[in-house]
Design a protein around this ligand. Structure first.
Ligand code: SF4
Length: 431
């Protein structure tokens, strides 16, 4: 039997998708990229915020509409975890639903859906089929979250924070590096919390993994700003193969909004942290994520957010509109902002401000020399795209465009001099 999979949502969900593919392969399924060839089409959904739910629904309906009569659609993941009973009733054309809490019985449930035995019932992250290009991979170091930010459905969907053991993560990275992987991106809902439940520490994990022979670049994403220790900064500084890339989701720049969101820390503490990072590691790249339109966000709060963004001068900034989610404390909180035009206006204001900051930051890169990894090629204008440590993968950030008529396979490390910049992207020459 042939199986294909559509993976929606974040990098953490992609790792689940890869683990499902591993389980399918072990049970004798042939994995195909072309949906038309598949007997079973899996859709791994995200159900985190409204836009993700809408994407899940439209993908399910589009797939059902385009499938052949003898193809089966099976929907899995976060969206199913949240709304399984309703979905079963509303979309009976779907052949099967598997929620995250059922993954331990994935093969058993699957064999009932397809009517053939699936004897190997191990939902084993160590056996995943890595779907990213061979030269980089995500490695999930923990699952779940204990932070309970007031707007966030993740703890409801994925449960309590569960760290993997350093020894297992190290083994996984060693295996990937042996197969030619150059960049490893460590992920979790909150990587600074790693090991609190197992008596291990993120600093020790980085020390252990960074010393794996032939690992070109190690990147750590999603750091809770308040929990970035001096030692963590020192470990990142000490190892030349750990990207000095600090991904610090702040969510807002007004202390009263942060308190309402149940976030630890203040904007002042975040600004102090940025100063410390930049003083210790002058070439550090700092990224954040913020949202607009959270309950009770006043004009004063919004002005504070803009002022915070100006003061912080983040190299990169991700932006969301608040999405009111059932089951989270924010759902019943007073002060909902129902004026969608106001939220849209604030969103545009943040984008406009960050564009200016990003352009200033990008301009400072002109003339600098750096290593970058080739990740794509456009033959029409003979232009490569490449990423240095300063750009996270998966189109999270921009990239460096390089014009060259020489041949460089994807994954090649080149030395580049930056010659020009757009807003988020850079242009360079190979030297
Ligand atoms: S840290 Fe907060 S926003 Fe992030 S996953 Fe945990 S609860 Fe959600």
């Amino acid at each position: 039997m042939k199986a294909g999979l559509i993976s929606l949502g974040c990098a953490k969900n992609l790792v689940d998708s890869e683990t499902v593919l591993g389980l399918l392969r072990k049970n004798g399924f042939e994995i195909v990229n072309n949906q038309k060839e598949a007997d079973l089409i899996f859709i791994n959904t995200c159900g985190f915020i409204q836009s993700a739910k809408e994407e899940a629904i439209s993908t399910i309906f589009e797939t059902l509409k385009s499938k052949r009569d003898n193809q089966k659609v099976i929907v899995i993941g976060c969206f199913v975890e949240r709304y399984k009973e309703t979905l079963i009733q509303e979309i009976p054309e779907v052949a099967g639903w598997i929620s995250i809490s059922e993954y331990q019985d994935f093969a058993k449930i699957l064999s009932k859906i397809v009517g053939t035995p699936c004897p190997i019932n191990e939902f084993d992250i160590m056996n995943r089929v890595v779907s990213t290009p061979s030269y980089w991979a995500y490695v999930r170091i923990a699952d779940g979250c204990d932070n309970h930010c007031a707007y966030c459905a993740i703890p409801l969907i994925r449960g309590k924070y569960k760290s993997r053991k350093i020894s297992e993560i190290k083994k996984e990275v060693e295996g990937l590096v042996k197969k030619g992987c150059k960049e490893i991106v460590l992920i979790a809902q909150d990587t600074t919390r790693f090991g609190l439940d197992t008596g291990e520490r993120i600093e020790d994990l980085l020390e252990d993994v960074a010393t794996i022979p032939n690992l070109y670049l190690l990147r750590l994403l999603y750091l809770y700003p308040n929990d970035v220790s001096d030692e963590l900064i020192q470990v990142i500084k000490k190892h030349p193969n750990i990207a000095p890339y600090f991904d610090l989701p702040m969510q807002h720049g007004s202390n009263s909004q942060l308190k309402l969101m149940n976030r630890r820390g203040t904007k002042e503490q975040c600004l102090e942290l940025l100063t410390k990072i930049r003083k210790g590691i002058p070439n550090a790249i700092c990224r954040t994520t913020v949202m607009v339109g959270f309950n009770q966000e006043s004009e004063q709060d919004f002005t504070e957010l803009l002022d915070f963004i100006k003061a912080a001068h983040f190299d990169r900034l991700g932006l969301f509109k608040f999405s009111k989610e059932e089951g989270t404390p924010s759902y019943t909180m007073s002060g909902e902002i129902t004026d969608t035009k106001l939220v849209a206006k604030r969103y545009e204001q943040v984008i406009a401000l960050q564009r200016k900051i990003a352009y200033q930051q990008s301009k400072q890169q002109i003339g600098k020399e750096m290593e970058a990894m080739i990740i794509g090629y456009n033959p029409t204008n003979q232009t490569y795209s490449a990423r240095s440590y300063a750009f996270a993968p998966d189109d999270v950030d921009g990239c460096i465009y390089i014009h060259s008529d020489k041949k460089y396979p994807n994954g090649t490390i080149v030395k580049v001099r930056i010659t020009n910049c757009m807003i988020y992207d850079l242009e360079g020459q190979i030297i």
